[in-house]
Design a protein around this ligand. Structure first.
Ligand SMILES: Nc1ncnc2c1ncn2[C@@H]1O[C@H](COP(=O)(O)OP(=O)(O)O)[C@@H](O)[C@H]1O
Ligand SMILES: Cc1ncc(COP(=O)(O)OP(=O)(O)O)c(N)n1
Length: 276
């Protein structure tokens, strides 16, 4: 049996809802062997981020070499990268090891407002990493910063997706979770030719910690299994929808999404089918 492997290059969330921890849980749920290269350690829980401790770029390079020389991943995703120096090292290693199934989640700010990327690193992201991406998955505020557009209408979302595609990402998923005005959540997938809208019911909950990380990890896991980008995006959307619907009311603040939910439902559905 082939073992599909995915690598996350991201920050650690001590609370377990976002970052490396969310990614590895998602990989595991989707039957993909998970590997990690940690860029920064955060002291974080459902109430917010209490501390950020970046790693030396050399430590990131060392982890990527350890993986690149022995455990070639079938897909790679990036999350919190923190600095321009780390971004440049990651881009260098992605090229050196020819990792082509790259999902770039351009993480910038945690939901509570804590910065997870230095302001001056945005330029490195567009110059060095986006051109290597198979898919990039910005939320609306991230897309505004990357493109310089003020995004309100669907037309402006399409324009932002066009710009991000022109920056080098072969596919763009513009996530719509941050649009408070729409009743449904609308994500936009662009492949350079057509726009595909993925719409789902907006779940009214405050337990959404780690939605973006979980979504991009599910996407990377499906790509690792050889799925097309469109199919992987559809599965990632179903995965995050279930994870938010069954969000975990733990801690005193924004609880994490439920990484068990999607597979639990599939297992339950399979079980019911067999019983009939
Ligand atoms: N309240 C919600 N109900 C349903 N889906 C949501 C909700 N919030 C976010 N999502 C979905 O979760 C994913 C992450 O979205 P978003 O919140 O925009 O990104 P991020 O977590 O990076 O800020 C997207 O697929 C989005 O559609
Ligand atoms: C270590 C770490 N990485 C990324 C994030 C941001 O994750 P996201 O999925 O966007 O979730 P929220 O911050 O919106 O809860 C993070 N918080 N920590």
């Amino acid at each position: 049996m082939k073992v599909f492997k995915a690598l996350t290059i991201a920050g650690s969330d001590s609370g377990g809802g976002a970052g490396i921890q969310a990614d590895l849980k998602t990989f595991q749920e989707l039957s993909v062997y998970g590997m990690s290269a940690i860029t920064a350690v955060t002291a974080q829980n459902t109430l917010g981020v209490q501390g950020v401790y970046p790693l030396d770029p050399e430590a990131v390079a060392g982890q990527l070499d350890a993986i690149g020389t022995d455990l070639p991943p079938d897909a790679v995703k990036t999350g919190m990268l923190f600095s321009g120096d780390i971004i440049r090292i990651v881009a260098e290693k992605v090229k050196q090891y020819e990792w082509s199934n790259l999902v770039v989640d351009p993480v910038m700010v945690a939901k509570g407002g804590s910065p997870l990327l230095q302001e001056e690193a945005v330029k490195s992201m567009t110059a060095h990493l986006l051109p290597l991406a198979l898919v990039t998955t910005p939320n609306l505020p991230e897309a505004e910063i990357l493109t310089g557009l003020h995004i309100q209408s669907l037309k402006e979302r399409e324009e932002a997706a066009r710009i991000l595609h022109a920056m080098g990402s072969r596919y763009v998923v513009l996530k719509g979770g941050h649009d408070p005005l729409t009743e449904n959540v609308v994500d936009l997938l662009y492949d350079g030719h057509e726009f595909i809208y993925l719409e789902s019911t907006r779940i009214k909950t405050r337990h959404t910690h780690g939605t973006g990380c979980t979504y991009s990890a599910a996407l990377a896991a499906e790509l690792a299994k050889g799925k097309s980008v469109t199919t992987a995006v559809e599965t990632a959307k179903a995965f995050i929808q279930a994870a938010i619907e069954d969000g975990l009311n733990i801690g005193g603040g924004h609880g994490p999404t439920n990484h068990f939910a999607y597979m639990n439902r599939l297992r339950r559905f399979g079980h019911d089918q067999n019983d009939q």
